[in-house]
Design a protein. Structure first.
Ligand SMILES: Cc1cc2nc3c(=O)[nH]c(=O)nc-3n(C[C@H](O)[C@H](O)[C@H](O)COP(=O)(O)OP(=O)(O)OC[C@H]3O[C@@H](n4cnc5c(N)ncnc54)[C@H](O)[C@@H]3O)c2cc1C
Length: 301
């Protein structure tokens, strides 16, 4: 029986694990990988050795610590979490069943992809999934944002403050009627492309052209320095969906101390309803969740 099982090895989970180890808890971090989304690094031809993910040094230090402390980590996906008398049972994909007195869920989110030729090949080579992180790198550049909801509008709006030209490929007429949509429609450097279907991403070493099909079936190629697929993020909360409260977007609802509505279950990082998907926010969340779990466990340690 572990004191604490942490599910997810991104910035939130790694930070929580290091904090919990320093509190001398008997802890296990279970994850599909170590590093989570910090393993993505955008490369662009005009950026040399730019440290694109702020706070990455901290995450890498925590990661090295976990790599060294092999008793405290196990690389495997978690399939299910359930209650087991007063404790919790974590079932892995391989069928192992592990018990813990407390849990931290830090499983992040996943991007919705376009599933078109060239997308995989150029991912993080001029094509990316986080304009909110990289907008400052696109001063005076031409960019394309693809997406139909609020995330795409926010991304296009932020890019429009620095980029020379922003194309927004958006098929949702309704969202363009919102105040943010109106702002974009009136911006000098924003062109909204409605009713277009993305058919292919092209390029050489980096993505440089997006092929779009109009309703008449005509395919037009748009050139850009950077492309952003900004479709809604899906929280990886399925493993606890029957156990803890989720919001309307499937994110785990937490309070200011990262407690869920179930005593003993904490959540941290992008999988929660906390604001902004950023490395440093996930790191802070992981620290809070670990301290919260320690307080929860303390009377029975
Ligand atoms: C392309 C891209 C670029 C970005 N660039 C920046 C940037 O420059 N600066 C910045 O601040 N932020 C950036 N972000 C956002 C930042 O990476 C995230 O906010 C941050 O990684 C969230 O940390 P997390 O620990 O909550 O989740 P994640 O990093 O997503 O980690 C989740 C972890 O959970 C594991 N996991 C998921 N499901 C399971 C399961 N069932 N069983 C076991 N393990 C599981 C995953 O394998 C992973 O290890 C970027 C995001 C993307 C997508």
């Amino acid at each position: 029986m572990y004191d604490l099982i942490i599910i997810g090895g991104g910035p939130a989970g790694l930070t929580a694990a290091v904090y919990a180890i320093r509190k001398r808890l008997n802890v296990l971090l279970l994850s599909k990988d170590l590093g989570g989304k910090t393993n993505y690094r955008l490369s662009l031809p005009w950026i040399q050795d730019y440290q694109v993910i702020r706070g990455l040094e901290v995450v890498n230090k925590f990661r090295s610590e976990l790599e060294y402390l092999d008793f405290a980590r196990h690389i495997e996906a978690v399939e299910k979490v359930s209650k087991n008398n007063g404790d919790f049972k974590v079932t892995t994909k391989g069928g192992a069943e592990l018990q813990a007195k407390a849990l931290i869920v830090a499983t992040g989110t996943r991007q919705v992809r376009m599933d078109v030729p060239g997308e995989k090949e150029f991912t993080m080579k001029g094509l990316c999934y986080s304009a909110l992180s990289y907008a400052p790198l696109f001063i005076d550049k031409t960019t394309i944002v693809i997406g139909d909801d609020d995330l795409a509008l926010r991304s296009a709006a932020e890019l429009s403050t620095v980029a020379k030209q922003v194309y927004l490929v958006c098929r949702n007429e309704k969202i363009l009627e919102t105040p943010a949509g109106h702002k974009l429609r009136n911006a000098q450097n924003v062109t909204i492309l409605k009713d277009r279907e993305v058919v292919e991403v092209k390029g050489d070493e980096y993505a440089s052209k997006l092929r779009l099909k109009d309703p008449a079936g005509k395919v037009v190629e748009y050139e850009a320095d950077g492309m952003f697929v900004e479709k809604a993020l899906t929280p990886n909360s399925d493993i606890v969906k029957d156990l803890v409260k989720l919001d309307e977007r499937g994110r785990i609802v937490v309070d200011s101390a990262n407690r869920t509505n179930v005593p003993g279950i904490f959540a941290a990082g992008d999988v929660t309803n906390n604001v902004a998907e950023q490395v440093l926010i996930a790191v802070g969340d992981g620290a809070k969740a670990a301290l919260g779990a320690y307080d929860y466990l303390l009377p029975n340690l």
